[in-house]
Design a protein around this ligand. Sequence first.
Ligand code: HEC
Ligand code: HEC
Length: 240
Amino acid sequence: MKTLRPQKSIAGHTLSNTAIKALLGAAAFGAGLALTLLAASPAKAATGNPEAAKAKVAMCIGCHGIPGYQASFPEVHKVPMIAGQSAAYLAAALTAYQKGDRKHPTMKGIAASLSEQDILDLSAYYETLGKDLPAKAGKGGAPSAAVTALLQRGNCLSCHGENLNKPIDPSYPKLAGQHGDYLYVALKAYQTQGSASMGRNNAIMAGQVKGYTHAELKQLAQYIESLGGDLKTVPQSRFK
Ligand code: HEC
Ligand code: HEC
């Protein structure tokens, strides 16, 4: 026992020394890595600059700055309201058009011309645009029993939040008040996976829209449009 104990403790000591060295090594490596990442990150500033976007929005206002402006792909519908939408979602959407996860010929072409920083700047710009204008009022009233059942089936409020205007994550969209014809097109797009020319590849929403008929999606879209919320189209002239 007497010889065993010191041996044990020596062994233990040696081991912990080794362990400490390993830990120190890992810490040094970790610190090195952190420094490398820190050194790399300032150029890639994770935040957008709304001021810088002002030089870039000329490319957007011809569609997103004209109230009621219509698009025709894949069917005629109003261009979505993006002012007041959360920046993280706007950036995610623009990146999805750029990468082809959202297949939309016009928005893909536009997003392809944007750098990562352009996307952050434009997203920050549109998040704050129109904040000084009054929020869109809703029609009011509770959803019909049929719509309530549709909302419950997809648990829509669990992610898109109270009144579908307070998403639980900034990368999830605000929906309330958005144009119904656009929402209908968007919802159908999530049902179209893996097509080369249309649809949206998004694992979360693909799971949500599965099993709804087009008629049901239209009912949901019309209800969501009737809600009051933060989304707006802020009229802008090219010559401002
Ligand atoms: C020619 C018209 C047009 C122009 C110009 C245009 N957009 Fe769009 N945008 C659309 C249409 C149509 C959609 C809907 C696409 C779809 O169905 O997915 C859209 C969708 C979007 C979305 C997704 C909205 C959502 O709720 O998911 C964002 C973000 C967006 N555009 C930002 C921009 C920005 C930023 C610019 C300028 C750099 C721009 N767009 C220029 C027509 C346009
Ligand atoms: C588990 C979380 C979750 C649930 C539940 C959910 N959504 Fe979504 N929803 C998302 C996310 C994330 C996106 C953004 C997907 C993307 O980037 O294209 C989204 C996008 C959308 C869009 C596109 C908005 C736009 O501007 O293009 C619509 C419309 C929508 N959801 C409606 C619904 C409806 C209706 C329900 C219930 C049937 C529902 N969602 C349930 C997470 C969810």
